[in-house]
Design a binder for this molecule. Structure first.
Ligand SMILES: N[C@@H](CCC(=O)N[C@@H](CS)C(=O)NCC(=O)O)C(=O)O
Length: 210
């Protein structure tokens, strides 16, 4: 069985998160770009990989992993030499998982609801993320001591949360607080981020011009 990871991607998507993570761990991977304009993500061969018809998805050693946060966590565990996840017996493991899940369970849905103007104000007790302002305030506090979510240690949680915040600042869907801006700038300085960014831009140009 090949160790090369198949990476189902679209450069105008959350696929960028997985792409950055693949570069962080220096995995051997092959990209399959799915063109959203021609709805390649909904074709039967890809639906057999991810029935949601969504990217990112990876296939590694016969296993499919979908969901950007899960892909970050998976790759960090499978490539421990990259040092992007505290081991299970390290106290920091809990903090790491906390922010990874906070990203997927609270930051992402709160920002999307904010963009779509779907207020949860009347239902904050049952909505998992409470409300958008509380999510941003919590993240602001978490980044206060910095430079990363686990302090000095950069982890896969920063790949995920840094990607969400970077996208949020670029699309103006997250308010530009100083802690967010400096955190995203620090994340974007990473060589792996820059390599994935350059590749995504190139893939995007190819998709745009056929
Ligand atoms: N929960 C998924 C969301 C994936 C997702 O929504 N991907 C979008 C692009 S950002 C997609 O593939 N959209 C194509 C479609 O739904 O047709 C994750 O976190 O990876």
């Amino acid at each position: 069985m090949t160790d090369t990871i198949v990476f189902y991607h679209n450069p105008f998507s959350r696929g960028r998160i997985a792409h950055w993570m693949l570069e962080e761990v220096e995995a051997s991977y092959r990209i399959e770009v799915l063109n959203f304009d021609t709805r390649e993500q909904k074709r039967p061969d890809f639906l057999a990989v991810n029935p949601m018809g969504k990217v990112p998805a990876i296939e590694h050693r016969g296993t499919v992993v979908t969901e950007a946060a899960a892909i970050c966590a998976y790759l960090a565990d499978v490539f421990p030499s990259a040092g992007l996840a505290p081991a299970c017996d390290e106290p920091e493991r809990g903090t790491y998982l906390r922010w990874l899940f906070f990203g997927a369970g609270c930051i992402e849905p709160s920002v999307i609801d904010h963009i779509l103007k779907r207020s949860s104000a009347d239902a904050a007790r049952i909505v998992g993320y409470g409300n958008y302002q509380d999510v941003l305030d919590t993240l602001d506090r978490a980044l206060g001591s910095g430079p990363y979510l686990l302090g000095e240690r950069f982890t896969a949680a920063d790949v995920y949360v840094g990607s969400l915040l970077g996208w949020g600042l670029t699309t103006l869907s997250v308010e530009a607080r100083p802690s967010f801006e400096s955190y995203v700038a620090r994340c974007n300085e990473r060589p792996a981020y820059q390599r994935s960014f350059a590749q995504c831009e190139e893939l995007g140009r190819k998709l745009d011009f056929g």
